[in-house]
Every structure is written in structure tokens, then in C-alpha cells.
Design a protein around this ligand. Sequence first.
Ligand code: ZN
Length: 276
Amino acid sequence: MRIANLDGRLVLLTGSGALDVADASGGLFGADPQAVYPRWAEFVSWAATASGGAPYDPARLGPPVPAPRQVFAIGMNYHAHAAESGFETPDRPTVFTKFPSCVTGPRGSIPLPPGGDTDWEVELVVVIGATAREVKAEDAWNHVAGLTAGQDLSERIGQLAGPAPQFSLGKSHPGFGPIGPCLVTPDEFDDADDIEVSCYVNGERVQSGRTGDLVFPVAALIAELSATLPLLPGDLIFTGTPEGVGLGRTPPRYLAPGDELVTGVAGVGEMRHRLI
Ligand code: ZN
């Protein structure tokens, strides 16, 4: 199953296009995409009975999770990316947040902070569909609503400044957390633990990886995080980025006004942004 946010309304994506959930369900489910996650199991049952839909303009898609309560992001979760960043591969997940106000949709323009070095990071993003607290890894996927593509845009000067690096602030400028273009349930993937992710700048492929190479796979992340605090329906986990970021290049390369950034997750689709 695939869902999306079309003009701020929850839609089910079918073979025919987009089906407005509030209309098609006779108001059983509301229009707010965020409101579906606390009722995820009920929604999945309803969606299996729904049909219809109409063509839509992908430029009108917003974030499939517009207002998560918690956004977790994982650093150094691919060995080669940890090395290019100058870090050891950690023994436990390195966790920071992208403050929820940075979440935006899969299309449009993103402002570059003045005086910054803004870098790209394609990531698989996990969306929680059932509260997870002290969950074992073998049960973790049962708490996932679906997967989407994300960009963990990062302003490196702010991120790495100070005695304790400011990962959360440097990665939370407005527009720095695009997700989309849709949410796809795990059953739609041949192997939800081995998904290709890729990133292009002005048509040049700068990152290509597979989530099969994650140091801490999705289930391990849910187990680790939920040992400390509850993961809530509609929360996001940015799972980390593979090698190929601008910071790891010689010389470093950062995004510039006018650049086009394309972020892809196989089986989900592509996001397309212009930096301004
Ligand atoms: Zn990242």
C-alpha cells in the first residue's frame, strides 16, 4: 500500500491515481495525513477494501508525515560514510534529532543558510505505525507503518562547531528534512532490509548505497531507541546515509544556489528540490 499527502490531504495511491481518504471513507478517517498513524492497523484494513482514484500532479505532493512528534536520525550508520566523516564506526547507534519544523515535502525549493556549507545525505526513512517501547528486534518491523525517502540536509559548519557537535541544530534549518514522495508499506518491497538509495546533484550521481549495508539495520534501531523511550505513531527515523557526501570529498563540495538535488529510494520514488 502507498499513501501520500496531496494538497495537505491524505490520499491512497492506487492503480488509478490518488483516492481522497476522507471522502472515500465517508469521514471514517480525516483529511490530515498525520492523524492516520495512531489508527494505522484500522486504516490498513479499510484501505484493503478501497478502490478508485484519479490522476494527480506530483508537484502538489507534500510530506507524507507532515508533523511528527519525534524525529530520530542516526549518524555514521554505514561503515564507509563513518570513515569519510573522520569517525570510527560506533558500537551503538549515534542518535540526534532533526527538529520537526524542518520537515517538508518532496518537491520545491529549499533555502541555503547564509554563510554555511550545506551538504546532501540521502536516507531511508522509517515511519512508526504502532507505539514501540522496549521492543525486541525480531518484533520491531511490526511497529513500522512504512518507508519513505528522506534528505538529511546538513549545514556542516554549524553541525560540527563547539565542544559538543551541534548535529541537531545544523541539520534542522527550514526545509532541511524533506520526505516523500509517498509512504510505502514494508510488504511492498522484495526485501525491506536491502533497499537501494541514491542521490544526484545536477544530474551527477553523488551517492549510491543499499540499506543492506546499514551498521544498525531498521529492526536494531527500533530495539535500541525503544529501550530508552517510546517511539510514537507517526514518528520518523532517518536511518543514516551512505558514502559520497560533499564533506568527504577532496576538496569538499557543497550545495550552491541553483543546484538541483534528486533523492531516490528504490520502490518509493524520487524527490526533486532546487536549492536557492
Ligand atoms: Zn544523516
